[in-house]
Design a protein around this ligand. Structure first.
Ligand SMILES: O=C(O)c1ccccc1NCC(=O)[C@H](O)[C@H](O)COP(=O)(O)O
Length: 214
């Protein structure tokens, strides 16, 4: 099975084209005003329309209220909505009832107990994304998680690995975790919120090289 690759925090067409050319499978659009990667719903909708069909569009929300969640889903019509705050399984189950988008939940990976606790999202979400625990920002911090926490864990829900991945360490991360999806944001930037097309290409190439050899 091919490792899936999500490039997160894109805000312009050039970065989307770079992700598509490099062979990414997903792009992330962050709608969270405190983030240096924030895009308005209008820009997110325009970028979504412009995204080639080879890429699935993931819209990120952080503790959005029901009104904003509804507006965002209606305007952007993403393939996936990624909840990156303290959203509950009960709330995500409600969203699931009225939206056809896949639902992903980001979980800050602190210790083995986090993995056990994340099981409360089983049957409610389509994927759990294990990321570094929230800091000043809930995501996109470039902080690496302890990959060894994932050793021999039997996941009941499809999952992905985020947090401090870069073109230089993603092969090591895949060797350590066998993650079915890897997610990167700051590791493919030249400055916060500024994506670097060469780093996007290098990240995707590192994943494909790893796969070709394993
Ligand atoms: O990227 C952001 O600015 C962001 C802001 C608020 C919530 C989530 C955010 N990003 C979520 C992602 O999926 C990132 O790709 C993930 O946290 C990994 O980021 P990084 O460690 O910088 O690769």
């Amino acid at each position: 099975m091919q490792t899936q690759i999500k490039i997160c925090g894109l805000s312009n067409e050039a970065a989307i084209d770079a992700a598509a050319e490099a062979g990414a499978t997903h792009i992330g659009l962050v709608h969270f005003e405190k983030s240096p990667r924030h895009v308005s719903l209008e820009l997110a909708a325009a970028l979504r329309m412009r995204t080639p069909p080879s890429l699935k569009v993931v819209l990120l929300l952080v503790n959005a209220d029901p009104e904003l969640t509804d507006k965002a889903l209606q305007r952007v019509r993403p393939d996936v909505v990624q909840f990156h705050g303290t959203e509950t399984p009960e709330w995500l189950a409600l969203v699931r009832q009225y939206s056809e988008a896949e639902i992903w939940k980001a979980v800050g990976l602190k210790d083995r107990q986090t993995l056990v606790n994340a099981d409360r999202f089983a049957g409610v979400v389509d994927r759990i994304l294990f990321d570094a625990p929230a800091q000043a920002l809930p995501g996109g911090t470039g902080t690496r998680v302890d990959w060894s926490l994932l050793n021999h864990f039997e996941h009941r829900t499809p999952w992905g690995l985020a947090g401090g991945l870069t073109p230089d360490n993603v092969a090591e991360a895949l060797r350590a975790t066998h993650a079915p999806l890897v997610d990167v944001s700051s590791g493919v930037e030249s400055a916060p919120g500024v994506k670097d097309v060469d780093k996007i290409a290098a990240f995707c190439q590192a994943v494909r090289d790893f796969q070709a050899n394993h």
